[in-house]
Design a binder for this molecule. Structure first.
Ligand code: NAG
Ligand code: NAG
Ligand code: NAG
Ligand code: NAG
Ligand code: NAG
Ligand code: NAG
Ligand code: NAG
Length: 919
């Protein structure tokens, strides 16, 4: 049965409670022999009380799913799979373990490093942050943050930025770039890391992440799409971190959500990333429905590797690994940075993984699958050709230092200071300018001419950080202009062009006059300058910001997540002080997300408002391009700006809500976040999702919807092949001890045993405890498995991507200057539980004055489907579907209902042959 004598159950990390087995919380059978898996009869999620309202309940569970699906090379991975298998076949067990386990925090030169395979000259993999550029080094580009590139709504720029970042990682010797981000998605507007990702809308995020992954990987490095999944806030993500802030509790929060919300919202962009071929995925710190993200067999085995057909490998977030055997069986492939806690010198894997394979707790096919997945990603992006050795060091920018930083060993040249930027700075400028959103422009206050009699610039956010652009570690402060928010998702600036510098250059080129006050609290000087600018008919430009970041840094009492939506450093007061004096006040906001603008947005003296996002190193040049009309703004808000904080309908959980137990974060709102929530509640925002104006105007006409022939949906069926095993290994522990004379770097994680008695070599106090000597039912089974109906290829059943309709509309530039417009197509799915409209497509078009361009978008089966938790598949409901086209989620002048839904059977898969519909 599932009892395995001497099973290694690698247990506890700091604060991990008794989460020893994967889904331990969901299998109430500690110490009981009768521990059968409820699969497949459990629908997901199995609410604690079956009569409870569906949705998100405290304490609900995540059903187990075993065995862990093995990769099969489908969906364009076949060549990489074959090469990976050939490589892994040559490996010993110890070498395979080296591919799966990091060497420990600060053990080697990158932020994460796998072990090496010296016998085959394989130097190990270098993993490095971040989603905006290469972190922890110099002579790299700081690209605009995810939220800003999202605001371009431009597929080509998504790709260009991805390629540029990938190229820089490649030339620094990085193998795996730790980005892009689609988790958090943006459930709560205050959540600290939303800006690293793109948008709370899954379709905008999905298109952005797919293009970014392609760009990164085309440049020759592996992407790591993160954080998987439901990591929607910083508070309580890690017990150790939160206890440093005075919270007393024992378990990382559980994000509790239902299956429909999972599929229709949070999983959606991950499906796009998988379909785009992301080589790796990072699992989260938090629990999902009561089970840790890095040992949750439902989210990893069932959803990611089963349903989405993910062919790459899953790595832990740094410190998110909490168990040895359980995580391996639940679908984890790589432990990062490899040690149980930073610099503990111990690992849930490493030697423990070797032992777990030796004693049969982890079947050979599972470690072979881990190693194959890692190497398949490597071959997929071509890292075997033209490898570039690591030429920087993540722990210091000093030229000389220790190769093994924490151990202070092997002194030498560690930073070659390679300039990898090429022309990416120019690209970053264009990207930031195109991601700038014009929200208000009364009487064409903008663009400026550059010949204003007096240009008055206000705000700390216009100028330099007195500590320098990199003066605060990981950008953990809000000093000077906000070019980048804080945390591990950052990079060092090679320069940061401030708005003040760029505007001074502009004014100076016209020999004009410019003065500034960058102290937000210099009230007298602010009033005096604003009054004078008013009297001479000049312009006042007020720069304000709002910052947030990752939970390990607190800025102005904000523990990662923002405490509120107000502007920082007295921004609203600054705006009030300037606008009370000057009737031509322009407000520029650098913010991580929505902010409270209710006190000033409709003030008559405020003639223009711009959201300039988190623009990266070219901040000043990009905003000057827009202010002076070199770039006609065409960005659109990737989120909603509401009037009042409660209007958003979702919030961060700031206080423990379950005693000292795991906080429960219940996603009771289901799929209704951001504009879907405002629409549902009937609340008018100030500026809605998708909104943004231009220096010209556009009109919409001539909607056409043409049905395409698509085959009936056939759920994926049949059986997988049996799990392959690649090579043999001896089960004699004596063959796995440290080689004679081997020099051990202190605190470094190795695959070797320190003696041939595996119980004592494991150093695991749980080892052999009877209560822990079982493994989840089915977890050892390498025989052919039933395929999952909604699966069938990377991203899910390929038929989900069949085109049902082509939508076209004419967009006319009715103004006097050329401009960009982003027509957006939304669908109303029609059911009582559906959002009013959901974004399904968009394009960014450049249109000459007087000209008309044709917008075209394709709508797929997936775009019309809802997730059905009972059949575990996508279905098309009988409700009338409506297609809308317009310039924002609330400005949808063109619409058409799709009639004749008789072909769709309720609750079934329907016979969706749209050509037979009314079009
Ligand atoms: C094996 O994992 C346990 C935690 O379950 C840890 O205490 C122990 O030190 C690890 N052993 C090694 C050799 O790292
Ligand atoms: C499992 O245990 C339950 C009660 O604990 C019992 O009703 C059931 O018959 C047992 N099943 C098996 C297969 O032993
Ligand atoms: C559980 O599911 C299996 C296969 O889906 C089915 O044959 C069986 O009847 C179900 N058992 C119960 C108790 O519903
Ligand atoms: C595992 O990797 C380490 C370096 O990280 C290396 O010293 C060791 O030789 C490798 N072991 C094997 C078996 O390749
Ligand atoms: C490893 O590199 C050395 C030195 O370049 C070379 O002699 C040897 O053949 C290589 N081994 C393999 C397996 O490629
Ligand atoms: C934390 O809470 C527990 C009760 O669950 C209590 O025993 C302990 O003293 C508390 N620790 C601190 C530091 O407050
Ligand atoms: C830097 O920022 C912090 C917090 O945002 C603030 O308290 C401090 O006064 C600032 N220092 C300077 C020199 O601007």
């Amino acid at each position: 049965m599932w009892r395995i004598a001497h099973a290694v159950i690698s247990g506890l990390a700091v604060g991990a409670g008794s989460g020893i087995l994967a889904n331990a919380q969901s299998i109430p059978c500690n110490g009981i022999d009768n521990c059968t898996s409820p699969f497949p009869n459990t629908t997901y999620p199995a609410a604690v009380d079956p009569n409870a309202v569906p949705g998100a309940q405290s304490g609900q569970i995540s059903p187990p799913f075993y065995p862990s699906p093995w990769m099969d090379g489908s969906g364009g991975w076949d060549a990489a799979y074959a090469k990976a298998q050939a490589f892994v076949r040559q490996l010993t067990l110890l070498e395979k373990v080296n591919l799966t386990t990091g060497v420990g925090w600060e053990g080697d030169r990158c932020v994460g490093n796998t072990g090496k395979i010296p016998r085959l000259n394989f130097t190990g993999l270098c993993l490095e942050d971040s989603p905006v550029g290469v972190r922890d080094t110099d002579f790299n580009t700081v690209f605009p943050a995810g939220v800003t590139i999202a605001a371009t709504w431009d597929r080509e720029l998504f790709y260009q930025r991805g390629y540029g970042m990938g190229d820089e990682h490649k030339h620094k010797g990085v193998d795996i770039q730790l980005g892009p981000v689609v988790g958090p998605l943006g459930r709560a507007p205050e959540a600290g890391r939303n800006w690293e990702g793109f948008s709370p809308d899954p379709v905008l995020s999905g298109i952005a992440v797919a293009q970014t992954v392609k760009g990164i990987q085309d440049a020759g490095v592996m992407a790591c799409t993160k954080h998987y999944i439901a990591y929607e806030q910083e508070h309580f993500r890690q017990v150790t971190e939160s206890s440093g802030y005075g919270y007393n509790f024992t378990g990382e929060y559980s994000a509790n959500l239902d299956d429909k919300t999972m599929h229709e919202l949070y999983l959606w962009p991950f499906a796009d990333a998988v379909r785009a071929g992301t080589a790796s995925i990072m699992c989260v710190y938090n629990n999902i429905n009561g089970s840790y993200g890095c040992q949750n067999s439902h989210t990893l085995n069932y959803l990611l590797k089963g349903e989405l057909g993910f062919q790459g490998f899953v790595m832990t977030d740094w410190g998110a690994h909490h168990s040895g055997v359980s995580s391996a069986l639940a679908g984890l492939d790589m432990s990062m940075p490899g040690d149980t806690a930073f610099d503990s010198g111990q690992s849930f894997w490493g030697a423990n993984l070797t032992i777990a394979v030796l004693n049969g707790s982890i079947p050979e096919w599972r470690i072979d699958d881990m190693a194959t997945r890692v190497m398949a990603g490597y071959y997929l992006v071509g890292l075997d050709k033209n490898p570039i050795p690591v030429n920087f060091d993540a722990w210091t920018t000093d030229t000389y230092g220790y190769l093994h930083y924490i151990a202070s060993e092997s002194y030498g040249l560690i930073n070659e200071h390679v300039d990898v930027r090429a022309d990416h700075g120019q690209q970053a400028r264009t990207q930031a300018a195109k991601g700038t959103v014009l929200l208000k422009n009364t009487n064409n206050a903008l663009p400026l001419t550059g010949k204003e009699k007096l240009t008055a610039v206000f705000g700390d956010d216009a100028g330099d950080n007195p500590y320098g652009p990199n003066g605060c570690s990981d950008r953990g402060c809000d000093n000077g202009t906000l070019g980048m928010a804080w945390g591990s998702g950052t990079a060092n600036f090679p320069y940061l062009i401030t708005p003040l510098t760029a505007i001074q250059n502009e004014v100076f080129s016209n020999m004009g006059a410019i003065e500034d006050v960058t102290d937000n609290y210099a009230y007298d000087q602010i009033s005096a300058l604003a009054r004078r600018a008013d009297q001479v008919g000049g312009v006042s430009l007020v720069f304000v910001n709002a910052d947030s970041g990752e939970g390990y840094i607190v800025v102005d009492t904000n523990e990662g997540d923002r405490n509120n939506l107000t502007l920082w450093r007295g921004g609203a007061e600054l705006i009030a002080n300037v606008s009370s004096q000057h009737n031509n006040t322009v407000v520029v906001m650098h913010t991580v997300g929505p902010v409270d603008i209710s006190s000033f947005y409709d003030h008559p003296n405020i003639t223009a408002i711009i959201w300039a996002g988190i623009p990266g190193e070219q901040s000043g040049n990009a905003i000057a391009d827009v202010l002076y009309g070199r770039v006609n703004p065409g960005g659109k808000l990737p989120f909603t700006i509401g009037k009042n904080r409660p209007d958003y309908g979702t919030d961060v959980l700031y206080r423990l809500n379950n005693g000292t137990d795991q906080p429960q974060l219940n996603f009771q709102e289901g799929v209704f976040i951001d504009y879907r929530s405002f629409d549902k509640q009937g609340i008018d925002p100030i500026y809605e999702f998708g909104y943004g104006i231009s220096y010209t105007n556009f009109s919409y006409s001539n909607l056409k919807i043409v049905g395409q022939r698509a085959n009936n949906y056939v759920p994926n069926a049949g059986q997988t092949k049996a799990a392959p095993t690649l090579g043999n290994f001896s089960t004699d522990p004596a063959g796995y001890v440290f080689p004679a004379g081997f020099h051990e770097v202190p605190l470094y994680i190795y695959p070797y045993l320190n003696n041939s008695d595996i119980k004592s070599a494991s150093n695991d106090s749980d080892y052999g405890e009877p209560a822990n000597e079982y493994l989840p039912a089915g977890s050892q089974d390498g025989s052919p498995q039933p395929k999952i109906g909604a699966g069938g290829g990377p991203g899910g059943n390929p038929q989900l991507y069949d085109v049902f309709y082509t939508v076209t509309a004419d967009i006319t530039n009715t103004g006097k200057v050329a401009g960009d417009e982003v027509p957006q197509v939304y669908v109303g799915l029609g059911g009582p539980d559906d959002p009013k409209v959901v974004l399904r497509g968009f394009d960014r078009l450049t249109i000459a004055p007087g000209a008309t361009a044709t917008f075209s978008a394709e709508l797929t089966r997936r775009d019309f489907s809802n997730w059905d938790p009972v059949s575990q598949n996508w279905v098309i409901s009988n409700y009338t579907k409506t297609v809308y086209v317009g310039s924002s989620s609330r400005k949808l002048p063109l619409q058409q209902a799709l009639g004749g839904s008789s072909n769709a059977t309720a609750g079934g898969y329907g016979t969706h042959a749209p050509a037979h519909r009314m079009f």
